[in-house]
Design a protein around this ligand. Structure first.
Ligand SMILES: [Mg+2]
Length: 199
């Protein structure tokens, strides 16, 4: 099964909780923003009008800066990214965070040098996941076929975006929650993925 994954040349990663350890306390973020439990934060902001929307955006940026500064590297991230670079793969980030925060986090975890900032798609560059447009744009920019591409993430939105764009999907997660209908390849860590690619 990993044979086909090994042949992929365009790798797009979610950032928070995928390349970094999950530190975002979304329940706390929702409550700080005055949102309902389980609310989709970005969707709720998108549906809010005027001054309130600007205020929520500002509050969210502040919360995210707090988390970005505390980003720690997921185990095996440097090895995996270096391995893909060695294979001449194209590397991108598709995040619901801002590009600015993504750059901060990539620096904090020591892999910023592997990513071209043109290939970091944040919520100001494209509609947020699960909308696949950001991913599709990246593949067009690279001029690669969807069959050569893979979307890697820890959450349903990442896998849904990959499915909708037509790429392969890789789910990386330690916790119990799985979305088998959205997942082509599952690994419990980047170390496992790395080993499979090398093997
Ligand atoms: Mg994530």
């Amino acid at each position: 099964m990993s044979h086909r994954l090994r042949s992929k040349t365009a790798w797009v990663f979610d950032l928070d909780g995928t390349l970094t350890n999950p530190v975002h306390d979304f329940a706390h973020m929702r409550s700080a923003l005055g949102m309902a439990e389980n609310a989709d934060i970005l969707q709720t902001i998108a549906e809010t009008k005027g001054a309130q929307r600007a205020l929520l955006t500002q509050q969210l940026d502040k919360l995210e800066a707090h988390y970005a500064a505390r980003a720690s590297a997921a185990i095996g991230v440097e090895k995996l990214i270096a391995q893909l670079v060695k294979r001449n793969c194209l590397l991108g980030i598709f995040t619901r965070n801002t590009k600015e925060m993504a750059l901060l986090s990539l620096q904090a975890i020591g892999v910023a040098q592997y990513f071209d900032s043109d290939f970091i798609i944040g919520r100001d560059q494209a509609p947020h996941k699960p909308n696949p447009v950001g991913l599709t744009q990246l593949l067009q920019q690279w001029q690669v076929q969807v069959s050569d591409a893979v979307m890697v993430g820890d959450f349903r939105f990442d896998l849904e975006a990959g499915r909708a764009a037509g790429t392969a999907t890789v789910h990386i997660a330690k916790d119990e929650q799985r979305w088998p209908e959205l997942t082509d390849y599952y690994y419990s860590s980047l170390v496992q993925l790395s080993a499979d690619l090398a093997g």
